[in-house]
Design a protein around this ligand. Structure first.
Ligand code: SAM
Length: 328
């Protein structure tokens, strides 16, 4: 049966699902999990079968792009199998992954062969000591080697995610711009997001995205039109640069107007907004193939609860402790 695509009350549709496969992360990024991931004893992350049912249900409602994320998705032993089965679901046209790049050079080929098309690698500093300071791991050289491996493999997109941090990389924006000049990859500067638990860190390190946009403009970069199904970044190009730069500015006016994505946590909670509350438990409807219709009805109904925008400007930061808990 052909169902109408998922839509909310504001006319937005949702071709894009960000699916977390684990809360566990092996890095300790200062803005996300500064003390490392801490087990609570209640971890029972979605199984491969549950993930497959979920993706089938979404695909039947018009979702065609899946981003696997976490936590750190590569800590899951069955990640390659998850990529393979997800990529084979009818209607799914694009599988992407967000990773910290741990052992990426060794693993990228098996993911590529399984059907992964696009990869985002988080790199917040191109300076080894600072990378270690931010992530807790002296692995910059290894992560960069992983990025090169991905470029050689022929992924349709290789992107670097860089969270802007005033005191840790705010003085190095030009280094990142120069880094992409002779590489066919995209770099995304992500404005630091305020979560429930990072008020002090945010006050200390938040660097508004418009500062970087001003810098790009001053160096002759031009904004590009938005592409269908694209993520939240405003992309910029420069005639002399092989690479592109994207800016994710969650505090910019109208940022939420183009929202086209939903999130499901590794515990099966649907998050209608990164800065919302709680999440809606889909797991009871992921236990059997016969439940897919009921799951689709539930998803369609839940979408009516999605708010027009986040309310951070009004002081509502949601209940999310860190992006690792929902899937960044
Ligand atoms: N472990 C993977 C990784 O490192 O990319 C995937 C999960 S991580 C939560 C996804 C992305 O969210 C990363 O690029 C990370 O830098 C970003 N992130 C985490 N916390 C953030 C925050 N408070 N503001 C902005 N971006 C954040």
């Amino acid at each position: 049966m052909i169902l109408p695509p998922l839509a909310d009350r504001f006319g937005r549709t949702f071709p894009y699902l960000r699916l977390s496969v684990t809360d566990v992360c092996n890095f300790r990024c200062s803005y996300c999990l500064p003390n490392g991931w801490q087990p609570t004893g209640t971890e029972r992350f979605l199984t491969g079968a549950e993930i497959l049912r979920l993706v089938r249900a979404f695909a039947g409602l018009g979702t065609w792009k899946i981003r696997l994320t976490g936590g750190e998705p590569s800590v899951r032993r069955d990640l390659t199998e998850i990529i393979r089965t997800t990529a084979a679901v009818p209607g799914i046209r694009r599988i992407a992954l967000t990773t910290n790049g741990y052992r990426l050079a060794e693993r990228a080929e098996s993911w590529f062969d399984a059907g992964l098309q696009a990869i985002n690698v988080s790199i917040d500093s191109l300076d080894r000591a600072r990378f270690r300071l931010i992530t807790g791991h002296d692995r910059l050289v290894e992560v960069l080697a992983g990025v090169e491996a991905c470029r050689r493999l022929g992924f349709s997109a290789v992107k670097i995610n860089t969270v802007l941090l005033r005191g840790l990389n705010g003085d190095a924006v030009d280094d990142f711009i120069d880094f992409v000049a002779d590489r066919d990859l995209s770099l995304r500067f992500i404005e630091l997001m305020r979560t429930r638990d990072n008020a002090d860190y945010f006050a200390d390190q938040h660097l508004p995205a418009h500062r970087v946009i001003d810098r790009l403009t001053a160096r002759g970069w031009h904004p590009l039109p938005r592409v269908e199904g694209a993520g939240p970044a405003q992309e910029f190009m420069h005639p002399d640069s092989r690479g592109r730069i994207g800016i994710i500015a969650p505090y910019a006016k109208d940022f939420c107007a183009s929202c086209n994505r939903l999130r499901v946590s590794a515990r099966g909670l649907l998050h209608l907004c990164l800065f919302g509350s709680g999440g809606h438990d889909l797991r009871p409807l992921l236990q059997d193939d016969t439940q897919i219709g009921a799951l689709q009805t539930t998803l369609t109904n839940l979408l009516t609860l999605k708010r027009d925008r986040h309310y951070q400007a009004e002081g509502d930061f949601g209940t999310l402790p860190s992006l690792a808990a929902t899937g960044g």
